[in-house]
Design a protein around this ligand. Structure first.
Ligand SMILES: [Zn+2]
Ligand SMILES: [Zn+2]
Length: 135
């Protein structure tokens, strides 16, 4: 089995590698598409047809709660999941709804109330290259 950062993070936290977690890791590892739970489910049942969507939801959310994967809200009322937990921003195409990673450093604004900002991430909305070219 190829090296999985997700499985390693689970192990590093002293947690068990359950078959469900293994499936999610397999589908999500290296995935750049920011799939929703439904998208993950569709891929999971190609490997393990008997797994329920409830199990997929539960496993995704528990991994996100543990900080092993990132849960993302881009304003389409669905949670999306990102195996990349490093701080980064996202660009959402308003036409094809694809979500892209943006790694440019955000300039952290001064917030004038004594809060110390440590990190930030933004969600940008616009048209991706393909959609802009087909306008
Ligand atoms: Zn697009
Ligand atoms: Zn991302």
């Amino acid at each position: 089995m190829r090296k999985s950062r997700i499985l390693k993070s689970i192990k590093d936290r002293g947690l068990k590698i359950t078959p469900q977690r293994q499936l999610i890791a397999e589908v999500l590892e290296g995935n750049k598409e920011h799939p929703s739970a439904e998208d993950v489910y569709k891929k999971v049942i190609e490997i393990a047809p008997t797994v329920s969507i409830a199990t997929v939801y539960k496993t995704l959310n528990s991994l996100a709660d543990l900080g092993i994967i990132q849960r993302l809200d881009v304003g389409d009322s669905k949670a999306h999941f990102d195996p990349d937990t490093k701080s980064h921003s996202h660009f959402v195409c308003i036409k094809c709804r694809k979500i892209f990673d943006v790694y440019e450093e955000l300039s952290i604004p001064e917030i004038d109330n004594g809060f110390k900002v440590l990190k930030g991430q933004a969600i940008y909305h616009g048209l991706c290259k393909d959609c802009e070219n087909s306008q």
